[in-house]
Design a binder for this molecule. Structure first.
Ligand code: HEM
Length: 199
């Protein structure tokens, strides 16, 4: 019986008005996420964070009077583009996505694996065939069977420097383009040879 009164009382207490005032305010705080990840960590240890993690949870009327009340206005707040907390969340999300994209792009451009000639020499079989052309290392294993000049001729250079052979054959610009698709890195600085100009 007591429980029944409690439910009725809770139902009376939770009206759209008080949600949009008190709970709505909590909601705004929890959505006002900082851009910096260290602050984000602190925020994770904060009890307010409960609101953030549960904001998508389906709130039945049974859950309205829990010890940490579930703000009903939360879902609406995040969906409303004029709500400052929703705008802040959107900014944070866009910021992280742009950061992730730029970060991976920079990595691809700046960080090239380096191989010693000894490491290249370990790849001289049809199962793993690397060659070096102008101090760049190419894994041409998958190209062997496609080579118009046959796989044997490339395998002769597997694990070694093929600069002179590749360039002196007079490969077409298309062949150079194909070659660039197989680049896996560069020769370590201490193992570099003078490069041959092919243009
Ligand atoms: C490793 C040393 C290599 C040698 C000695 C070599 C030699 C040859 C030879 C003799 C041909 C003429 C085949 C014919 O028409 O009778 C040829 C053609 C060709 N090779 Fe290679 N090749 C080498 C590596 C490669 C690599 C690594 C690629 C590309 C990833 C490549 C791409 C081509 C292409 C596309 C052709 C057709 C003609 C052209 O576009 O130049 N070759 N090659």
């Amino acid at each position: 019986m007591k429980k029944g009164i409690c439910w009725a009382f809770a139902a009376l207490q939770v009206t759209p008005e008080n949600i949009s005032t008190k709970d709505g305010l909590e909601d705004a705080e929890s959505f006002d996420l900082p851009l910096d990840s260290s602050n984000l960590k602190n925020n994770n240890n904060n009890n307010n964070n409960n609101n953030y993690y549960h904001h998508n949870k389906n709130t039945s009327s049974n859950e309205k009077h829990h010890h940490h009340p579930q703000p009903l206005g939360q879902k609406n707040a995040s969906a409303d583009p004029t709500n400052p907390s929703a705008v802040s969340l959107l900014k944070t999300t866009v910021h992280s996505v742009v950061d992730a994209l730029l970060g991976s792009h920079e990595d691809q451009e700046n960080v090239q694996p380096r191989f010693t000639r000894q490491e290249v020499a370990d790849h001289s079989s049809p199962d793993s065939c690397w060659i070096v052309v102008n101090n760049r290392v190419y894994d041409v294993t998958l190209f062997l069977r496609m080579h118009p000049g046959g796989d044997d001729i490339i395998l002769e250079y597997g694990g070694y420097d093929a600069t002179t052979a590749f360039i002196e054959k007079g490969h077409s610009p298309d062949a150079f383009d194909m070659l660039s698709e197989y680049c896996i890195g560069e020769v370590a600085e201490e193992d570099r040879f003078p490069e041959i100009n092919h243009t």
